[in-house]
Design a protein around this ligand. Structure first.
Ligand code: TXA
Ligand code: MG
Length: 341
């Protein structure tokens, strides 16, 4: 299959009509969002959604997020819209927030992977919104990477993983947030954070009051434990290189890295720290700016493999604000391996 690359703006009505018709008719397209690129299909077409799982090599039990471009599109997808969902949507939609609610019969089993809930989000990227609007149906879309590898934040990443496996991909430039949306469930009694992302825990609490944090956000699930968010149980976001997080102040980090420097060893550090490091230094954002770390994270993880790195020692992100999402993703890329230095 030849993957058609679209380089368009939200004003290109003809091309948008084409991509919309492709999606409505059961095709697969890589689309930009403000978080990461998504691999979209008509969310109401079970057979089209099944093709997403095939193209990604995604485990069948991992449900997908449904993307909408107008709030009214939420009603047919869920059993009821509680006040808390209205309040969250008013504050953070369109934007990097996914809300889980009990699903309506309109949601095919392929989307919900057998759960009785559905995850919904309204992205803010102008092209994402224009594509959903042109399709005229809600779009199911996981991140557009091969299952297990780092999520794509540029059209190049999507083509590297999905070229030849999907009908089309739309270039929307590099993603502004760089990590996936925050996932919060309103279907389990009290609101609970299942995956940290662009909307912070503080921002959720400002609207909802109490929000519990699922323990899988910061900890590895015990063997056999059931995940509240199935995606959190897989090894994830992982380059081929062995990633180890070093937790401690910079001078101890540098000491450890310098003692272990050698062929194939890299230091995943922050900008401005390179000079003190004797291993190949690969900066990922700046230390006091977690948003810059989020924006750079997946591209940096992908670069490790391109540079032939075998072992990367990463600085341990601060968990405040968007930093919690950076920490959560890096922890999985490192298969939970942290060394205190
Ligand atoms: O920013 C994003 O959310 C991106 C862009 C493309 O919108 N999408 C994304 O999708 O990250 P994906 O499939 O890579 O991650 C979806 C996560 C998974 O961890 C999945 O298990 C969880 O959301 N999820 C989806 N539906 C769920 C449900 N009904 N209950 C619990 N978790 C759910
Ligand atoms: Mg993903």
């Amino acid at each position: 299959m030849q993957t058609r690359l679209y380089q368009i703006t939200p004003q290109d009505a003809g091309a948008l009509h084409e991509v919309g018709a492709l999606l409505r008719g059961g095709g697969l397209a890589g689309i930009p969002t403000e978080t990461v690129y998504g691999l979209a299909a008509n969310a109401l077409d079970g057979a089209a959604v099944a093709n997403i799982f095939r193209a990604k090599g995604r485990p069948q039990d991992n449900p997908l997020i449904v993307h909408i471009s107008a709030f009214s599109q939420l009603y047919p997808l869920v059993r009821a819209v509680p006040m808390q969902a209205v309040a969250l949507a008013r504050a953070y939609w369109p934007g990097p927030l996914t809300i889980i609610l009990p699903k309506s019969p309109a949601i095919p089993d392929e989307v919900s992977a057998g759960l009785d809930t559905v995850a919904v989000r309204m992205p803010s990227h102008p092209l994402a919104r224009a594509i959903i609007h042109a399709a005229g149906v809600p779009l199911a879309a996981p991140s557009a990477n091969l299952s297990g590898s780092p999520s794509p934040t540029t059209v190049r990443h999507v083509l590297d993983d999905m070229g030849g496996r999907i009908d089309a991909v739309v270039d929307g430039g590099p993603c502004a947030v760089g990590v996936e949306s925050t996932v919060v469930t309103l279907a389990a009694g009290r609101p609970r954070l299942l995956r940290p992302g662009g909307v912070t825990l503080g921002q959720l609490r400002a609207v909802l009051g109490t929000v519990e944090v699922d323990h899988a956000v910061e900890e590895q699930l015990a063997a056999g434990e059931k995940a509240s968010s199935p995606g959190m149980k897989y090894r994830h976001y992982a380059p081929k290189a062995h990633v180890v997080i070093l937790r401690g102040p910079f001078d101890r980090y540098a000491e450890y890295v310098n003692a272990h420097a050698g062929e194939g060893v890299a230091a995943l550090c922050y900008e401005g720290e390179e000079a003190a490091l004797r291993a190949r230094a690969i900066p990922c954002g700046s230390r006091n700016d977690p948003a810059s770390q989020a924006r750079r994270l997946f591209d940096t993880l992908r670069a490790l493999d391109a540079l032939g790195v075998n072992t990367a020692y990463a600085r341990c992100p601060e968990k405040a604000g968007v930093g919690l999402a950076v920490y959560n993703r890096l922890l999985r890329a490192a298969a939970f391996e942290i060394i205190d230095v």
